[in-house]
Design a protein around this ligand. Structure first.
Ligand code: IDP
Ligand code: MG
Length: 152
């Protein structure tokens, strides 16, 4: 099944939005394959945003993403890359439709609360950039086991 990478950016952590953001992917039916907190180094930021290092806003972007911890998440499901981007919304959160994460939670291009891989090829690279093989989990949902517990 297709996997994609999400980064809950420092602004979202600082604003206490991790639960709000994560719950949207769970509610949509994606499986969380990996999840961890880390603080990005300048080297990791430059690698991850290599397509932007020559932009005038890159110094601010680097400072922003390395200043506080982030939460990295891999979700898995049908057409995960495309569907997750739809849930996230466009880069400029001021113009992002209501109902999307950026549309609901941000009014900024630079502080737009979340990153999501933009293609299948990028997703494969980005998942590997942030997660080792043994940090990703392949498991089945087993709701009945917990809803119908017989040991009470
Ligand atoms: P994306 O996050 O929607 O994929 P990208 O173009 O890959 O957008 O840009 C990565 C991140 O760089 C954005 O999410 C945003 O934080 C920042 N960024 C992109 N364009 C601008 C800009 O014009 N001004 C300030 N920050 C920007
Ligand atoms: Mg991007």
């Amino acid at each position: 099944m297709e996997k994609t990478l999400l980064l809950v950016k420092p602004d979202a952590i600082q604003r206490g939005l991790v639960g709000n953001i994560l719950s949207r992917f769970e509610a949509k039916g994606f499986r969380i394959s990996g999840l961890k907190m880390l603080q990005m180094s300048k080297e990791l930021a430059a690698d991850h945003y290599s397509h932007l290092v020559d932009k005038p806003f890159y110094p601010d972007l680097e400072k922003f993403v390395t200043k506080h911890p982030i939460v990295a998440i891999v979700v898995e499901g049908k057409e995960a890359v495309e569907v997750v981007r739809l849930i996230v919304g466009p880069t400029n959160a001021s113009k992002a439709p209501a109902g999307t994460i950026r549309g609901d939670l941000s009014n900024s291009t630079s502080r737009n609360v979340i990153h999501a891989s933009d293609s299948k090829e990028t997703a494969e690279k980005e998942v590997k950039r942030f997660f080792k093989g043994n940090e990703l989990f392949d498991y089945k949902f087993n709701v009945m086991e917990y809803l119908m517990a017989t040991d009470e």
